[in-house]
Write a protein that binds this ligand. Structure first.
Ligand code: ADP
Length: 464
């Protein structure tokens, strides 16, 4: 009997040893076996043996034996019941359902209770930790997916879901090459060197560019990291276009100038009239290059985020008079130029930049308005907002070009722009200056009728 109980206690101990850490269970076994176990297990047997001895003295050996037998049967039945309860409870070990018991079983159950409570607490802590990690990976600016050695997806975060169009419910443990089938991707997965990322366009978002990288970890698992580099690629393409455009813009005048220079060298006996013509054309092309470089420098200065707007009070009347004078010189009397100042407000802004923006708009109006046309410069208030506008009766612009006019080097009619000394950068400069003043550039135009370009400033910039 005692051996059986000892065995049971050992089994319970073993069970906890397997399910929890060794240390606490070793203590538990020691606690039961070494301290109390023998004493408490043998106490009822020893007491009943004493009583049996007494009965033997008073009655007979048979009575004493019968008594002993009855006591042992009761003890066995009690222990069997407790074991049964324990077995039942272990099938679904929850704190709320832990059985109540007395004597040595109370110790067992209270130890069990403590362990289940600790276990639950650890479980909760781990769950909270897992939740934190999940939140952190969800907030990552990159897509992350875990692949096993068979390329099956074990887990992915919401961005990876977007990038590869994955389904959180159905695609777990699916082979990723069934879901992302681009040959370059499948090939990349089978490579052994992942130092370089793969640049790919996902099948369902052909306007997106992804940079994909595999990182092996933990023996045979792999992290699939995906990054949306669409913007980066767009900027790269813009930069390439810009360099190509600038080179192209410079090449034409340079070719003209170098052609004339070669001619002059090859033909030293050229007459004065031809030499003068060649010099005039060379000067014209040099001016063109000069204008282009000046506009490029202005743009780069405006784009430089380190150069904040130097604000001052700009006397609008004085500024517009200057712009008007420049315009009259440029027009050379070919247009009817009028100026109307309908508001007394001045502006808080940078005078040089505003001069450049207003001047560019007026120069465009003059260059794109045929001889005899009318041009009106206006300064007025619209709903409290100060507005500068240039209205012309020129060639106008077809609606589809209007949204692109402020792009660098965008021209509706290339040859007309060049003939009139345009660089293709004027409106890009105007837009930048407008942005630096929190102003809006509004364009209204009708082909063959004329155009109006407006700079609408915020109320906070008007000075009374
Ligand atoms: P550009 O140096 O070629 O004039 P801009 O950036 O100033 O470059 O203008 C871009 C294009 O917008 C011009 O090439 C021209 O086609 C068009 N444009 C600008 N202003 C006017 C206007 N007042 N009337 C008609 N077209 C205009």
């Amino acid at each position: 009997m005692a051996m059986q109980s000892l065995l049971t206690a050992w089994r319970i101990g073993w069970y906890f040893h397997r399910s929890e850490g060794w240390q606490s269970h070793q203590l538990f076994i020691e606690g039961i076996i070494l301290r109390d176990f023998w004493f408490r297990v043998s106490l009822p047997v020893a007491l009943s043996a004493l009583v049996a001895l007494l009965l033997w003295g008073i009655f007979s050996a048979v009575v004493a034996l019968l008594f002993m037998l009855a006591v042992l049967l009761i003890v066995m039945a009690y222990r069997a019941r407790q074991l049964f309860k324990l077995g039942e409870w272990l099938n679904d070990a929850r704190i709320e359902t832990i059985p109540e018991a007395g004597g040595i079983w109370d110790d067992v159950f209270s130890q069990l209770y403590k362990m289940v409570r600790e276990h639950n607490q650890t479980k909760q802590e781990l769950a909270a930790e897992l939740h934190h990690i999940e939140q952190a990976t969800a907030a990552l600016p990159e897509g992350v997916a875990i692949l096993n050695e068979m390329n099956r997806i074990e887990w992915f975060n919401p961005l990876a879901q977007q990038h590869f169009y994955l389904d959180a419910e159905h695609d777990i443990m699916q082979d990723i090459t069934y879901l992302v089938r681009q040959p370059e991707f499948v090939e990349y997965l089978h490579e052994s060197n992942f130092n370089e990322p793969l640049i790919m366009i996902p099948a369902r978002h052909d306007d997106m560019v992804l940079s994909v990288k595999l990182i092996p970890y933990g023996g045979n698992k792999r992290l699939l990291i995906s990054r949306d580099i669409t913007q980066f690629k767009l900027i790269e393409a813009m930069r390439r276009d810009f360099v190509a455009n600038v080179s192209h813009e410079l090449r034409t005048p340079l070719t003209v100038v170098s052609g004339f220079l070669e001619n002059l060298q090859d033909m030293p006996d050229l007459n004065q009239e031809n030499i003068a013509r060649a010099l005039h054309l060379m000067a014209e092309q040099t001016r063109r290059m000069d204008n282009l470089v000046a506009d490029l420098l202005t743009l780069s200065r405006l784009e430089n985020e380190q150069s904040p707007l130097r604000e001052e009070t700009v006397d609008i009347k004085e500024l517009l008079d200057e712009v008007d004078q420049d315009g009259k010189l440029l027009s050379g009397g070919r247009h009817a130029l009028r100026m109307e100042i309908a508001s007394p407000v001045n502006l808080l802004g940078n005078r040089d930049e505003l001069h450049s923006a207003f001047g560019n708009l007026l120069s465009n109006a003059i260059r794109y308005t045929p001889e005899g046309g009318a041009i009106l410069l206006r300064w007025f208030e619209r709903g409290g907002q100060p507005v500068f506008s240039v209205q012309d009766s020129g060639i106008g612009i077809a609606a589809q070009h209007i949204p692109r006019l402020t792009e660098r080097f965008y021209r509706v009619d290339r040859s007309r722009s060049r003939e009139t000394g345009g660089t293709g950068l004027g409106l890009a400069i105007v837009k930048h200056i407008a942005m630096r003043h929190q102003a809006k550039l509004e364009i209204f135009s009708e082909e063959g009728v004329g155009s109006t370009f407006m700079l609408v400033f915020p109320v906070k910039r008007s000075l009374h």
